[in-house]
Write a protein that binds this ligand. Structure first.
Ligand code: G3P
Ligand code: CA
Length: 242
């Protein structure tokens, strides 16, 4: 099977990350999947933002966990990237799923709970995905090992992936021990040994964040199940000629 191309935070090389314009563009460019990051506002609404603080990607300040949904929606999440995206807002998970529901896209929702312990994040995201009937088209991923176990305790309807950037030990074994259905690994950790172990365990391996042509081709050569890239159009071009 060929390597699936996931747009990392949407087509984030061309539009402000984790916004509806970035997701829409990824879809129009032909991405097979979309990766996004989820956190909870002060009032418990799941919203799509990568950093714990809003400073880098909006005109505001503070932690997502300390802002209400209404306050988050007042932020401009587009103009930092380019003036033409001024007025773009941070989407809720619900808005994203509503947009994705009739599209042939695979979704990877990363729970951003490795630095902040959003105690109910797993259940909230899980239930929201189920509500849209997208469980077969979605993987929940996290760097937080306890969170992988929590997701799997909720049920078996949605697959869970362990994210790792750590070189120590065998990441495939670690993911399997936690009950993960997939391993999402930093590019520099990918090698034929990882793929060999993954094949034995029948564990899909997806690789982040792959933006260079030579790295994309290496993932395809090693038959990685997926890559996360800011440049989905480039990856698709290489994939089609590979
Ligand atoms: O899900 C893959 C990748 O997005 C993980 O790293 O920092 O870009 O969220 P990061
Ligand atoms: Ca991510």
């Amino acid at each position: 099977m060929k390597t699936a191309i996931f747009a990392h935070r949407g087509a984030s090389g061309y539009a402000p990350e984790n916004t509806m314009p970035a997701f829409q563009l990824a879809y129009e460019l032909g991405a097979e999947g979309i990766e996004t990051d989820v956190q909870l506002t002060k009032d418990g609404i799941p919203v799509l933002v990568h950093d714990e603080q809003v400073k880098r990607t909006t005109d505001g300040r503070g932690f997502i966990k300390n802002l209400t949904f209404e306050e988050v929606r007042r932020l401009d999440a587009g103009s930092w990237f380019s003036r033409k995206f001024t007025g773009t807002v941070i989407p809720s998970l619900e808005e994203f799923l509503e947009w994705a529901v009739d599209k042939p896209l695979y979704l990877n929702i990363e729970l951003k709970n490795n630095k902040i312990d959003y105690s109910n994040l797993e259940a909230i995201v899980y239930d929201t995905v189920l509500r849209f009937g997208l469980q077969k088209h979605c993987t929940l991923s996290t760097f937080n090992e306890e969170s992988v176990k929590k997701i799997k305790r909720i049920g078996n309807s949605i697959s869970a992936a362990l994210l790792t950037s750590r070189a120590e030990g065998n990441p495939v074994t670690k993911a399997a021990k936690l009950g993960a259905d997939a391993l999402h690994i930093k590019y520099r950790l990918l090698g034929s040994n990882v793929m060999m172990h993954a094949d034995k365990q029948q564990m899909p391996v997806r690789v982040y964040t792959v933006n260079k042509k030579v790295h994309m081709l290496q993932c395809m050569k090693l038959k990685a199940d997926g890559i996360f890239t800011d440049l989905p159009d480039k990856a698709l071009e290489y994939k089609n000629t590979y």
